[in-house]
Design a binder for this molecule. Structure first.
Ligand SMILES: [Zn+2]
Ligand SMILES: [Zn+2]
Ligand SMILES: [Zn+2]
Length: 198
């Protein structure tokens, strides 16, 4: 499999642009993969990660009541095991403490990657949508919808309809005509404002 190596200083923005669904965090030896979910309107990345070589060590983990318990933590990805009996080791007192920063490093990285991927993907989707609105395919559909509705706004049945609204974006780029409805400008603005608030 081909993937991009992330090193300190690597710009996530470039990563998100240049690769399709996988990056390798070299320093941590963790592989991040993702796929995009969501509808035609908004797409978000669903990211998972794999630790390539779990480096598990015994650690002392502080419980909420202040006592310490024996656990294992991976020093690459930060993953923490559940409790072990203290008798599993001879040197419990001299073990290192659990390091939450390893785990938060990974989750911060994941969040940043998610933000960059989401932003770039949705910029792309936005460009694609705007191109579509200029295409002959859309302009033709649009005029058929207005004709079907007798150029009457289907929201107020009073004003002349001059725009076409998507009732759903589920079938974006391949809408059946019943997904589309003719509207006047004030009604359309009202509908879109209400949608944004949700
Ligand atoms: Zn690991
Ligand atoms: Zn109207
Ligand atoms: Zn609309």
């Amino acid at each position: 499999m081909k993937y991009i190596n992330i090193e300190p200083g690597t710009d996530l923005n470039d990563v998100a642009k240049n690769t399709k669904h996988m990056v390798h965090h070299k320093e941590r030896n963790v592989l991040f993969t993702w796929e995009f979910k969501g509808d035609g309107g908004y797409q978000y990345p669903f990211i998972e990660y794999d630790c390539i070589d779990h480096d598990q060590k015994w650690v002392k983990f502080k419980r909420e009541n202040g006592t310490f318990t024996l656990r294992k933590q991976c020093f690459s990805c930060g993953e923490l095991s559940s409790d072990f009996k203290k008798s599993c080791v001879e040197n419990f007192d001299s073990l290192p403490f659990f390091m939450p920063e390893i785990r938060s490093f990974i989750s911060n990285f994941k969040n940043n990657l998610s933000r960059e991927l989401g932003r770039i993907k949705n910029d792309e989707a936005w460009d694609e949508y705007n191109d579509y609105l200029k295409s002959d395919k859309w302009l033709n559909k649009r005029s058929l919808v207005l004709k079907r509705d007798n150029y009457l706004c289907q929201a107020c049945l009073v004003n002349k309809a001059v725009q076409v609204h998507h009732l759903t974006y589920d079938n974006i780029y391949d809408e059946p005509m019943f997904d589309l409805i003719s509207v006047c400008v004030p009604c359309h603005e009202k509908i879109e404002t209400k949608k944004k608030k949700q």
